[in-house]
Design a protein around this ligand. Structure first.
Ligand code: NAP
Length: 267
């Protein structure tokens, strides 16, 4: 495999730092630039925590970064505001996005799909890069064929900006693809405090917990007469996401389509 030249957007973030580690420690990957929104005209080694990373320029302008850098892939780990613009701009410059940033709207995903078709380029967006989380979603989809009553409880650290999590939405979408729509709970149920029953997705409920100390956790509870099943996944650190990022970078170089969800590229 030829060396894959990579730009990372959001390198100072919790995920971005892990991604810098992954890219600089993987033989066939090369970090060619990073995109920040605070520091411009410096080298990554000038930023606290990156003193040992040499020869990587920092840009604040994505257009300038893409014009001046010979890159194959943009890994985006930023915010729901910046991520969609970064992915779109990268594709327009012939660079393949691998996006971990969550909070993309359906319209933004459709637009990226269209650009991929037009440019014949690959793009992978994965709300959860942890391979265990992908299995949790797949097992939940299997269980949903037999158990229609489902509550999704996602639990994250209190710095998370979007709710419900991208993983919870993706899980609900995968379940909705095999489950007949059912409005759950009592037909006359009434919330005495708004939000008590969580968000409604096709009659299922999604509950978002935010607490310091947590990283990324989700349990999907299924209920039926006299029995329940709980399928749970826990990420205890952000390194848990990096094997999925590596697979996504390798895969995006081989395909020319838009992919939403790591489950679609794992065998
Ligand atoms: P974080 O620690 O807040 O990092 C985000 C970084 O992006 C920060 O350094 C921030 O800088 C920077 N940033 C913000 N706007 C930017 C822009 N326009 N250009 C360049 N950099 C910009 O968040 P995190 O925990 O690393 O998470 C990042 C994203 O990944 C979130 O959307 C999160 O939900 C998602 N996530 C995905 C997975 C997955 O497996 N797919 C797992 C965990 C998290 P400042 O701090 O200076 O604003």
């Amino acid at each position: 495999m030829e060396t894959v030249k990579i730009i990372i957007a959001g390198p100072r973030g919790r995920m971005g730092r892990e991604a810098v580690n992954l890219v600089t420690n993987t033989e066939q990957f090369e970090l060619v630039a990073v995109l920040d929104h605070k520091y411009d005209g410096i080298m990554l080694s000038d930023i606290e925590g990156f003193h040992s990373v040499s020869n990587v320029p920092v840009y604040t302008e994505i257009e300038k970064c893409l014009q001046e850098t010979d890159a194959d892939v943009l890994i985006d780990l930023t915010t729901p505001e910046a991520g969609p613009y970064h992915a779109k701009t990268a594709l327009n410059h012939g660079v393949r996005p691998v996006v971990g940033t969550t909070g993309f709207t359906k319209e933004q995903l459709l637009e990226l799909d269209e650009i991929c078709k037009e440019k014949e380029l690959g793009c992978i967006i994965a709300p959860n890069f942890a391979i265990g989380a992908v299995l949790m979603m797949k097992f939940s989809q299997m269980a949903a064929k037999y158990f229609q009553d489902i509550e999704i409880i996602e639990m994250h650290h209190d710095k998370k900006l979007d709710a419900p999590s991208g993983t919870a939405v993706k899980t609900a979408e995968m379940i909705a693809a095999v489950r007949e729509t059912k409005i759950q709970g009592h037909p006359n149920e009434k919330e005495t405090i708004q939000g008590a029953r969580g968000a409604d997705f096709d009659g299922m409920h999604i509950h978002s917990v935010r607490l310091p100390g947590l990283i990324a956790h989700q349990q999907v509870m299924f209920g039926s007469d006299g029995q329940t099943i709980t399928i749970r996944h826990d990420s205890y650190n952000r390194a848990s996401f990096m094997s999925g990022v590596k697979v996504a970078v390798e895969t995006v170089m081989k395909q020319n389509t838009f992919v939403y969800g790591l489950e679609n590229i794992l065998d």
